[in-house]
Design a binder for this molecule. Structure first.
Ligand SMILES: C[S@@+](CC[C@H](N)C(=O)[O-])C[C@H]1O[C@@H](n2cnc3c(N)ncnc32)[C@H](O)[C@@H]1O
Length: 443
């Protein structure tokens, strides 16, 4: 018997997977993965499993050990897991209220959906056409959209309306394009193979101390720089509607995992947000603005999206006054070199760092817990990651080495950003960065 429990890239699963597959997939899925979808694409079959629990890895390894032919497909890869573009037919068109929040990134005009959310396009009254791929509107400004599509989805440029939209665009800001490419790699090639929702819940307060996701209940919320959607997942459980905006293909991973109808993931550049000004009750952004060329300009570009009286929450890197181990973890001496290395060298460097942390921190933390010394283990820096899968640990180290642009902010700078806001608070997030919030003044 063949059990199909895997995430497969396009074409890795041959036509014979079709026979009786749904039954097997369902059996494999029980208690392990939140969703397995299947779709015929051309002459091949795409399988997508959204992993719900780390147990799936153990289960697959056990099945493979019992019968090497039992598992067909590429998962589990021995080490690195790669995300797939969501193409499953389960992607529904979002409610009109969410689509109404979108706008042309150049003109701010409203957009009309032609076709559907699997592979349609959004068109402005001036005729600019932005593709929708895998449930994600690609609303990058044309100067970024062209190079992005050429690299990631070249066939989409066969659509004459899209080709015309990107034709003749000025060269993009090199730092923003590099950031897009860097995070594409991080989010797609090194995606988490599991959905560590419990960990996301446990770590949310590290970014927004004193604010629970339920503070956004019923609201129309924007996450700026949602990445793979770990915080959007939590806030989306509460919000009336949530838009997750990100420059990179992280939004594909977010969409693949989160099929809720009140959430919409959009690829776009926060400097020219493809969203209607004043349309949101709240905005939050965790770990993003410090990766833009001018964080203050980035802040000023997104805050007009919030209505008067609405709230803004940002979390950014700090350095001065932060915990020593947090400062050390930023590898500020290595970053300017490491972010220029070829990807394989970055991964190798991250693997070396991961091995060192495994030996020096995570293994001892696990040993201490086993003998009941949890309180000692918790005092070790980064002990919270001790039980995470190896790839997740590697990603954490990789995130320090990869981003092309990184700034460190301080409380004074943040006070300046929020100078015109009401109810401002600048909070030291437990020695691990700054959380700053305020209310957009009402006229
Ligand atoms: C460190 S990740 C944080 C992701 C997410 N907020 C989280 O905490 O998991 C930084 C994210 O910022 C996004 N980003 C950087 N520059 C951006 C821009 N100009 N517009 C939109 N997103 C941007 C990157 O693509 C990346 O996903």
């Amino acid at each position: 018997m063949r059990t199909l429990v895997f995430e497969a890239d396009r074409g890795t699963c041959a036509r014979d997977c079709l026979d009786g597959e749904p039954e097997r997939a369902r059996g494999a899925r029980e208690g392990l993965a939140s969703e397995i979808s299947r779709e015929v694409v051309g002459r091949s079959v795409e399988m997508t499993a959204v992993w719900a629990t780390p147990r799936v890895g153990t289960a697959v390894r056990a099945a493979r050990a019992a019968d090497p032919r039992a598992i067909d497909g590429r998962f589990p890869r021995p080490f690195l897991y790669r995300a797939a573009v969501p193409t499953a037919s389960t992607i529904a068109d979002p409610p009109a209220a969410l689509l109404d929040l979108l706008a042309c990134p150049l003109s701010g005009e409203p957009l009309r959906l032609e076709g559907d959310m699997r592979r349609g396009r959004l068109v402005s009254p001036a005729g600019r056409a932005y593709p929708v791929i895998g449930g994600v509107p690609r609303l990058l400004p044309p100067d970024l959209l062209g190079p992005f599509l050429e690299r990631a989805f070249p066939d989409v440029l066969d659509d004459p309306a899209v080709a015309e939209t990107v034709a003749g665009a000025a060269p993009p800001d090199a730092a923003v394009l590099e950031t897009l490419v860097a995070y594409d790699y991080q989010h797609v090639e090194l995606a988490d193979a599991v959905l560590p929702v419990d960990e996301w819940r446990a770590t949310w307060s590290r970014f927004q101390p004193g604010i629970e996701p339920r503070a956004f209940a019923g609201q129309t919320v924007l996450e700026v720089g949602c990445g793979e959607g770990r915080h959007a997942w939590l806030v989306g459980e509460q919000a009336g509607g949530l838009v997750g905006l990100d420059l990179s293909r992280g939004v594909e991973v977010a969409r693949q995992r989160d099929r809720r109808r009140n959430t919409l993931y959009v690829q776009g550049d926060l400097h020219r947000p493809p969203l209607r000004p004043g349309a949101f009750d709240a905005l939050y952004s965790n770990g993003v603005l410090h990766h833009t060329p001018d964080p203050r300009a980035a802040f000023d570009a997104v805050t007009p999206l919030v209505r008067p009286g609405g709230r803004v929450f940002v979390w950014v890197y700090g350095l001065d006054g932060m915990a020593w181990w947090y400062r050390a973890s930023h590898l500020t001496w290595l970053r300017p070199l490491s972010n220029r290395l070829p990807r394989p060298a970055q991964v190798a460097l991250a693997a070396a760092g991961t091995a060192a942390l495994e030996a020096g921190v995570w293994l001892p933390a696990r040993a201490l817990r086993r003998v009941g010394l949890d309180h000692v283990a918790e005092r070790l820096p980064f002990a919270d990651a001790a039980d995470r899968p190896l790839q997740a640990k590697l990603r954490r180290v990789f995130d320090r080495l990869n981003p092309p642009v990184t700034h460190y902010l301080d409380a004074d700078a943040l006070r300046g950003w929020f100078a015109a806001f009401d109810d401002v608070a600048i909070v030291d997030a437990a020695g691990q960065g700054w959380s700053a919030r305020g209310r957009v003044p009402t006229p």
